[in-house]
Ligand binder design. Sequence first.
Ligand code: NDP
Ligand SMILES: Nc1nc(O)c(N)c(N[C@@H]2O[C@H](COP(=O)(O)O)[C@@H](O)[C@H]2O)n1
Length: 243
Amino acid sequence: MSLAALRDDLVPFLAPYLPSNDVSAKERPFITLTYAQSLDSRISAAPGVRTAISHSETKTMTHYLRYHHDGILIGSRTALADDPGLNCKFNDEFEKSPRPIILDLSQKWRFQGSQMYTLYKQGRGKPPIVVVRGAPTLRENDVDYLIFSQNERYIDFEILFSRLEAEFGLHSVMVEGGAFVINELLARGDLVDSLVITIGSVFLGKNGVEVSPANSLELKDIDWWNGTRDAIMCARFLNPKIV
Ligand SMILES: NC(=O)C1=CN([C@@H]2O[C@H](COP(=O)(O)OP(=O)(O)OC[C@H]3O[C@@H](n4cnc5c(N)ncnc54)[C@H](OP(=O)(O)O)[C@@H]3O)[C@@H](O)[C@H]2O)C=CC1
Ligand SMILES: Nc1nc(O)c(N)c(N[C@@H]2O[C@H](COP(=O)(O)O)[C@@H](O)[C@H]2O)n1
């Protein structure tokens, strides 16, 4: 299904928060943390339940962000629950799809049979980079593996992002979720260059999957966009520090 047209006013609104076109290698990529949340700070109606929060206007905005990023990162539970495509449908410019990056340390997710696989085979998406702990138990065709040591329970995002730049040449990565990943990155504001949050006009209730940082955080460079049903807040972290 094709996307709604991008609202004209979203282009100047988002411009200051997008990665630059500078392709020279840096220590790490430009990082955008972006997700859609309800009014009660939930990103899905219940654990493992794919939940549409964004209106078609803001869904198109997400594909516009995908158009502007080299990589798109999600946690394994989002990959398993949502079976997402993670491609770029903006103007049907599928070749501008970001490289999916799946944090799948315990190796539960499979590319074959996924929506990402179907899109890749149709030439409408890219194959993933799967982040694993230890040697992959099953090496799938067309998948790149980013291998961490068996001893590492949780991956330090600073190291992960540096490796994505150094080993895969990704200059920009948008992090879409899920809650576990978002909460971890909210605690690492020093690594986040832009924050783009869609707020849908819905309450998802107490069973919903909540996003919330461990500590209070202050923002700067805040701007708001109002759509038909959703709003988007763009910002940067003020005094980001490691908590
Ligand atoms: N509204 C929105 O914008 C979005 C909503 N969602 C929703 O979010 C929900 C899923 O979120 P959630 O359950 O929190 O799961 P996540 O998608 O955040 O995945 C969590 C898993 O990712 C791996 N992981 C994350 N961080 C690290 C790290 N630093 N080091 C190693 N492994 C890591 C772990 O996998 P392992 O278990 O292998 O160790 C962990 O169990 C779904 O319902 C989905 O629909 C998702 C994205 C966006
Ligand atoms: N922007 C946005 N709005 C919502 O309402 C959502 N539920 C999500 N979810 C994220 O998008 C992924 C699905 O992507 P495809 O449409 O399949 O390409 C999903 O896995 C979440 O990361 N995002």
